[in-house]
Design a protein around this ligand. Structure first.
Ligand code: NA7
Length: 542
């Protein structure tokens, strides 16, 4: 191993979170370096370059808010930005702040070990480079570690196997016979796009999604200018809103509306595009009866769009609307009407084998020139567990989280001092406009580091009890909603199969206030100390 480079902080990941963290650390006078597995910046938007990839949050809201000049100088072309445009935006930010010189690309962190004596992390990479840092900041993304499907004998397949989460755009699928797995947000977009050019496309679905038309369109003349004139006010509303958006849910409980009025409001919300549907009423994620009324509406829309009744049956979700990720579609249901597309429900028709050129089920054989896979991610914890992370007293993260992830405020993990997770489990992260959540975390961490520099404390660690109380609160709040009613990737599983709800659904605004209060109270729930230090010398700040 090469001699370790000494720095104040190492930032792992160069997506939206990692880049902003680097900007803040530089601005605040810390020596910092980024490490990124990809060959460029962008994180999610670097890797997920599958056909049809597009954000389902309006482009005017899915962007950094910390730099008013950046906000004004960048122009979005469409209501929902495609992957390529978001990547160009991130590239623009990296160039504007001259960030690439501080990032080691094509480099993956393999291990990080806490040194009790020095109060620092020794971080190693797959390039043989090592870092000796005071702070380790994991900006590794909540949806970055792909989950592979359990397809028997996949290795036998002779054609290309493409994953939406690591798409290789040099492979030409035009005119090919494609077998596709997975119909979540990514799969729905990829299926719609591939149906245009595949000679035949077989879609293997396990759990149907509710998908709402994106109603994407070019931004109209004056629309962007109007937003830019009030950008900072919009952002302020978003920062204090429940989900990080400038438009909160409309008041009123669905079940209290007369059927005709309820229908009209749902229709308006449906036409407003994906994120609008859950905004139709204030109680859709809280009240089962109200939710079912909206779900019936959405199921009817699917039935109205898809021609074949048997396909409609397979495509109709039965779980509460929004309890799994609501998807955004542009031509997905229409794709299923095309003569070259068929749908297989793998719960009814089990995949038993993959051969050199087929997918074989217990009922049929499906020829394939290529297999495409969109079966999701090891959400919220996967990328962190992929690192051999060894904290105080040899604690290993994979083992520590085997009974469910724990993190105080989703930011810090007891037993792993001077380590911060940006949008970690227990924070709003994936259940919010994630850019708003990223900015809040990055700013909180940067402030914490400058506070420590001023106070002279060198080590910060989440208190185990505060962490436990926070995770209990995360769970309690989740159970006040309908989210736990569905089996989704929002849930982590413990080693004995118990489900743990991971994101914090108490609201982006309320969460921000809590983090600010913690800081104002002298980092309540954290333990601040000097290294080297014996455990008995630690003073809990409770
Ligand atoms: P998701 O939303 O996790 O979707 C993956 C889908 O793949 C999901 O419906 C899975 O069903 C399905 N799946 C998993 N294994 C199989 C097999 N073997 N066969 C068929 N289908 C399978 O991932 P996405 O990438 O689409 O989206 C992730 C997020 O990225 C998205 O929500 C946005 O926030 C951006 P299951 O649920 O496991 O029954």
């Amino acid at each position: 191993m090469a001699e370790a480079r000494t720095l104040d902080a190492l930032v792992v990941g160069a997506g939206f979170a990692g880049l902003y963290m680097l900007i803040k650390l530089r601005e605040d006078g810390f020596s910092a370096q980024g490490v990124e597995a990809g060959s460029g910046v962008g994180g999610t938007w670097f890797w997920n370059r599958y056909p049809g990839a597009r954000c389902d949050i309006p482009s005017l809201e899915y962007s950094y808010s910390f730099d008013p000049e950046l906000e004004q100088e960048w122009d979005w072309t469409e209501r929902y930005a495609a992957q390529g445009e978001i990547l160009s935006y991130i590239e623009h930010v990296a160039a504007k702040y001259d960030l690439k010189r501080s990032i080691d690309f094509e480099t993956r962190v393999t291990s990080a070990v806490w040194n009790e004596e020095t109060g620092r992390w020794l971080v190693e990479t797959d390039r043989g480079k090592a870092f000796d840092v005071q702070f380790l900041i994991l900006a590794t993304g909540a949806l970055s570690e792909p989950k592979l499907p359990d397809l028997p004998n996949l290795d036998a397949f002779k054609g290309p196997v493409l994953f939406t989460a690591k798409w290789d755009d040099s492979v030409d699928l035009k005119g090919k016979n494609i077998c596709h797995f997975g119909t979540g947000s990514s799969g729905i977009q990829a299926v719609a796009a591939m149906s245009d050019y595949a000679s035949h496309l077989t879609v293997f679905q396990r759990t149907p999604s509710y998908a709402v038309p994106a109603n994407n369109r070019p931004l109209e003349a004056g629309e962007q200018e109007a937003a830019k004139a009030h950008y900072q006010e919009m952002r302020k509303v978003a920062r204090h809103s429940p989900l990080g958006f400038a438009s909160p849910p409309r008041p009123g409980k669905a079940k209290e509306f007369a059927p005709k009025d309820r229908e009209q409001r749902l229709e308006e919300a449906w036409n407003a595009g994906t994120t609008g549907l859950l905004n139709a009423f204030e109680d859709l994620l809280f009240d089962a009866e109200s939710n079912e009324q909206a779900a019936v509406f959405a199921r009817r829309k699917i039935a109205e769009t898809v021609d074949d009744p048997e396909m409609v049956r397979k495509l109709t979700p039965v779980y509460p609307l929004g309890s799994r990720r609501l998807c955004s579609e542009i031509g997905f249901y229409e794709a299923l009407n095309k003569p070259n597309v068929e749908l297989v429900d793998v719960r009814e028709e089990k995949v038993v084998e993959i051969t050199a050129n087929e997918v074989v089920t217990d009922q049929d054989r499906y020829p394939a020139d290529a297999i495409t896979i969109a079966t999701g991610f090891d959400a919220c914890t996967g990328a962190i567990k992929a690192i051999e992370l060894v904290g105080r007293d040899g604690q290993r993260i994979a083992e520590e989280w085997a009974d469910g992830p724990r993190a105080y405020l989703g930011l810090a993990i007891s037993g792993f001092p001077n380590l911060f997770a940006i949008t970690g489990p227990g924070s709003p992260s994936v259940l919010s406009n994630v850019i708003i959540s990223i900015e809040q975390h990055v700013e909180w961490v940067a402030r914490c580091l400058t506070d420590m520099r001023e106070s002279g404390d060198t080590v910060i660690e989440a208190d185990a009890q505060a962490e436990q109380d926070w995770m209990h609160h995360v769970d309690e709040v989740a159970h006040m909603t309908l989210f736990p009613a569905a089996d989704s990737w929002y849930m982590g599983k413990t080693r004995d199969g118990k489900q743990v709800f991971m994101p914090y659904v108490g609201g982006v605004g309320a969460y921000r206030e809590k983090c600010d209060q913690v800081r104002e109270a002298g980092y309540e729930g954290f333990v601040l100390s000097h290294a080297p230090v014996g455990a008995e010398e630690l003073t809990p700040h409770t």
